[in-house]
Write a protein that binds this ligand. Structure first.
Ligand SMILES: [Zn+2]
Length: 306
């Protein structure tokens, strides 16, 4: 994938947050730290400042119990520090010290890297152990796009957590595959998911996810481009799958169906809980955000490609 380099700070910022390669959630946390610093009129951030911001964010995030890194057997340093702090095995001071020493050596030099290249307009420069925000940071966070960019941060963080969680449970997933011959390939869904279709049909009460009408012979479709997990795939009329625009009603039907799967006792339940866990209990807001996010990324890609 290649994108046209842009000197526009907003475009660069979105490239970093939405398309950067992430093995932990640190880049997203650093993005939030920068946003908060601009709001507070702060331009120089010491390691202690960064540690305070990260600790605050990871304490909140850990309340969800979602993983913050791609490696199941090696949690992100911030994850361990925040957990130890919550458990009372380290003091607040110790947590700050550990975070300032151990959390930033990778993320600070790599924040501006997207597709192995540096974005042309950096949002900070490195001075010793500090970072000093550039005018581009203020251009972004004092712009009228700030609320949308703030949503990007939350949605991206949710997406990464769900992705990490799904990758951690790859073994469980393979087991499900064997049981149901569930074939999820590449960026989309394989057409050959016939064995899961009757189960989805049951949970969807034999109706199409898009139009809600009875379904004689549905196909399995992703509810937003690129989504391959059970939480975001559903049965639909093939005509609806091709033509239907995303709708709130369809998304709500998906959320209801996921609730029903969660309440059920099929192996699908474990797969669903593994992939999105706490998102199932929040009235659908995370699923709505994840779907909107996936659609926006697809739109952006379309724009860049044209
Ligand atoms: Zn339909």
């Amino acid at each position: 994938m290649s994108r046209t380099p842009s000197a526009d700070p907003i475009t660069n910022w979105r490239n970093i947050v939405l398309y950067g390669r992430n093995v932990t959630t640190y880049k997203i946390a650093l993005a939030q730290t920068i946003a908060d610093a601009v709001a507070a009129g702060q331009t120089r951030l010491t390691r202690a400042d960064l540690a305070a911001s990260f600790l605050m964010q990871y304490r909140d995030r850990l309340a969800t119990g979602m993983p913050q890194g791609v490696l199941a057997d090696k949690p992100a340093v911030m994850e361990t520090i925040a957990k130890d702090l919550a458990a009372g095995t380290i003091s607040e001071e110790r947590a700050h010290l550990l975070a300032s020493r151990e959390a930033f050596d990778d993320v600070i030099p790599r924040f501006h890297t997207v597709d192995r290249e540096q974005v042309p307009v950096p949002f900070y420069v490195i001075e010793g152990k500090d970072i000093v925000l550039t005018d581009a940071a203020a251009d972004v966070w004092e712009s009228r796009y700030a609320p949308a960019l703030s949503q990007d941060i939350h949605a991206r963080w949710d997406t990464l957590e769900a992705g990490f969680r799904a990758s951690h449970s790859a073994r469980a997933l393979r087991l499900s595959n064997d049981t149901h011959h569930l074939q999820l390939v590449g960026a989309g869904i394989s057409a050959n998911v016939t064995s899961i279709a009757p189960i989805l049909a049951g949970y969807q009460r034999n109706t199409c996810i898009h139009c809600g009408d009875p379904l004689a012979d549905g196909i399995v479709v992703p509810m937003a481009p690129g989504i391959t997990h059970l939480w975001g795939i559903a049965l639909a009329h093939s005509a609806c799958a091709e033509n239907a625009a995303p709708s709130r009603a369809a998304d709500d039907r998906l959320i209801t169906r996921n609730h029903d799967i969660e309440r059920g006792s099929t192996p699908l339940r474990a797969y669903l809980v593994d992939a999105v866990g706490p998102a199932l209990g929040d009235g659908g807001s995370t699923i709505h955000r994840l779907l909107d996010h996936a659609r926006r990324i697809a739109e952006d890609r379309g724009r860049w490609a044209s």
